[in-house]
Design a protein around this ligand. Structure first.
Ligand SMILES: *[C@@H]1O[C@H](CO)[C@@H](O)[C@H](O)[C@H]1NC(C)=O
Ligand SMILES: *[C@@H]1O[C@H](CO)[C@@H](O)[C@H](O)[C@H]1NC(C)=O
Ligand SMILES: *[C@@H]1O[C@H](CO)[C@@H](O)[C@H](O)[C@H]1NC(C)=O
Ligand SMILES: *[C@@H]1O[C@H](CO)[C@@H](O)[C@H](O)[C@H]1NC(C)=O
Length: 386
C-alpha cells in the first residue's frame, strides 16, 4: 500500500525534475537540441506495461489492511489486524486474569450522568497497571445513538477502549421474565449485571462496577481472583444483616417447606450479611440461568411489593451460598469514613443526577465531598458540559 504511494511520488518527482531541463534547453546550443530531438522514443509495448503496472499498484490500495503499526509503540512493530476484537476475549478458554487478556469493565446507568462515568473510567485507568487492556462497556439509556456522550468521553480519554451500549435488549429480557409483575419491586440497575452476559455473549468474564464508585484498587487483581466453582464474587456488607430485611420466621418456614434449587437445604444463618452489589466479578460461563427466576420467586414469597428501606433482600437470598466472598477491601466505603485509606473502592462523592420516577434525570445537588475532583479536574468537567 505505502509502496504504491511512494512509487507514484518518486515517479512524478522524477518527471518534474526532468521537465525544467527540457524547458530551458530550446534556447541553448543547437547540438544539444539535436541530442534531445534524437532521444529514442520508447517502444509502445513498454509504455503499455509501465502504465499497467501503475494501475495495478494503484489498485493494491483498495485491498483491506492486514497489518498496522501502533503509533505509541516505540519500535513501530507491525501487528496483524484483528478482524474481530471480541474473538480475542472469548477465545481465552481458560482465563485466569492473564496479562494479555482484555479486562472487561461493565457499568449500567439508569439516568445518564457523564460525570460519574468519567470519574469511574479515570479512576479505574489511573489505578490499573495495564490501562491499555481495560475495556469499558457502559450501558446508558440512549446507547450508541448517544454519540455526543461517547465523544465527550473520548475527548477526555482518547486512548481508552470504550464502548457504549443501549439498554433495551437487557430490559426486554427482564420485562419478559417479570411480565405481569409490578415493576416497583426492582430497579434495573441491580438485576442488569446478571442478565447482560446472556444478551452480550462475548462478555464471558467481567467486572461489574456501579457508576457510583471511585476505584482505587487495581482492577486486574479483581478480575484475576480465582472463582473456583463459583460464578460470582461479591463483597459482604456486614453493617447490614439479612435479618433486618426479612421476617426470620417466614424465612425458616420457607426453608423447611419449599424445594427450589435456590432455597438453601440448611437453615439460613441468622447473622448473614447483605451483599454490596457495587462491585461484582462475574464468570458468565458458570452462571446458572435461574437468577431472574430466583429473584422473582423470593420477591413474591416475601411480599416484597414495596421496596422498603431501599435495599432488596431478594438478591442476597437468590445468591445465598452461591458466591465467593471478595476481600472486604473491595467493599465500598464513604470518602469520609476512617476505613477509607485501606479501601480499594470509594463511594462517589460528587454532585449527581438522580433518576426521577419517570426515568428521566432530575438534577439534584446534594452535599458532597471533593475526592471525585481528583479524577475530574474543573477543565475536564467543563468538557463534559454538565
Ligand atoms: C490453558 O489451556 C491449555 C490447553 O488448552 C492448558 O495446556 C493450560 O494448562 C491451561 N492453563 C491454565 C492456567 O489452566
Ligand atoms: C403478603 O401480603 C398480602 C396482602 O398484600 C397478605 O394477604 C399476605 O398475608 C402477605 N404475606 C406474607 C407472608 O406476609
Ligand atoms: C405498583 O405498586 C405500587 C405500590 O407498591 C402502586 O402504587 C402502583 O399503583 C402499582 N402499579 C401497578 C401497575 O400495579
Ligand atoms: C484523571 O485523573 C488524574 C488524577 O489521577 C488527573 O490528573 C487527570 O487530569 C484526569 N484526567 C482527566 C481527563 O480528567
Amino acid at each position: 500500500m505505502s509502496m504504491a504511494c511512494s512509487y507514484l511520488q518518486w515517479r512524478s518527482s522524477a518527471t518534474n525534475r526532468r521537465t525544467p531541463q527540457t524547458a530551458h534547453n530550446p534556447n541553448s546550443f543547437g547540438p544539444q537540441r539535436q541530442v534531445i530531438n534524437h532521444v529514442p522514443t520508447p517502444q509502445p509495448i513498454f509504455q503499455f506495461i509501465a502504465f499497467g503496472l501503475i494501475i495495478f499498484l494503484a489498485f493494491l490500495q483498495f485491498l483491506p489492511a492486514t497489518h498496522f503499526r501502533d503509533p505509541s509503540d516505540p519500535f513501530r512493530n507491525w501487528v496483524p489486524v484483528q478482524s474481530n476484537p471480541s474473538l480475542r476475549a472469548s477465545s481465552d478458554e481458560n482465563s485466569s486474569g492473564g496479562e494479555n487478556e482484555l479486562l472487561h469493565i461493565v457499568s449500567w446507568m439508569d439516568c445518564l450522568d457523564l460525570r460519574l462515568l468519567a470519574v469511574l473510567a479515570n479512576s479505574t485507568l489511573s489505578a490499573s497497571r495495564y490501562p491499555d487492556l481495560v475495556r469499558f462497556h457502559f450501558f446508558i439509556p440512549k446507547g450508541d445513538e448517544d454519540k455526543v456522550s461517547f465523544f465527550k468521553l473520548k475527548v477526555l480519554f482518547p486512548h481508552s477502549n470504550l464502548e457504549i451500549h443501549g439498554q433495551e435488549e437487557v430490559k426486554e429480557v427482564i420485562r419478559t421474565a417479570f411480565s405481569g409483575i409490578n415493576h416497583s419491586i426492582f430497579n434495573y440497575e441491580e438485576i442488569a449485571p446478571f442478565v447482560i452476559p446472556s444478551v452480550h455473549q462475548f462478555l464471558s468474564k467481567f467486572t461489574y462496577l456501579s457508576p457510583n464508585v471511585i476505584v482505587k484498587g487495581r482492577v486486574e487483581e479483581l478480575i484475576g481472583v480465582d472463582l473456583s466453582s463459583y460464578a460470582i464474587a461479591v463483597a459482604e456488607d456486614c453493617c447490614n444483616r439479612l435479618n433486618s430485611y426479612v421476617n426470620w420466621d417466614v424465612l425458616d418456614a420457607i426453608q423447611r417447606s419449599a424445594s427450589k434449587p435456590w432455597v438453601s437445604e440448611t437453615i439460613y444463618a441468622k447473622n448473614s450479611c447483605m451483599l454490596d452489589l457495587s462491585v461484582l466479578l462475574i464468570d458468565a460461563r458458570k452462571l446458572e440461568n435461574d437468577f431472574l427466576e430466583a429473584f422473582l420467586w423470593w420477591s413474591k414469597v416475601l411480599n416484597l411489593s414495596e421496596r422498603s428501606r431501599g435495599r432488596n433482600p431478594a438478591t442476597a437470598l437468590a445468591l445465598y451460598n452461591r458466591y465467593l466472598k471478595l476481600s472486604s477491601s473491595w467493599l465500598v466505603k464513604k470518602s469520609t469514613s476512617v476505613l477509607v485509606t485501606d479501601s480499594l473502592i470509594v463511594l462517589y462523592d460528587g454532585p449527581k443526577t438522580v433518576c426521577s420516577e419517570f426515568g428521566d434525570g432530575a438534577a439534584l445537588q446534594t452535599e458532597h465531598g471533593n475526592f471525585w475532583m481528583e479524577y475530574l479536574p474543573p477543565m475536564s468537567d467543563r468538557i463534559l458540559g454538565s
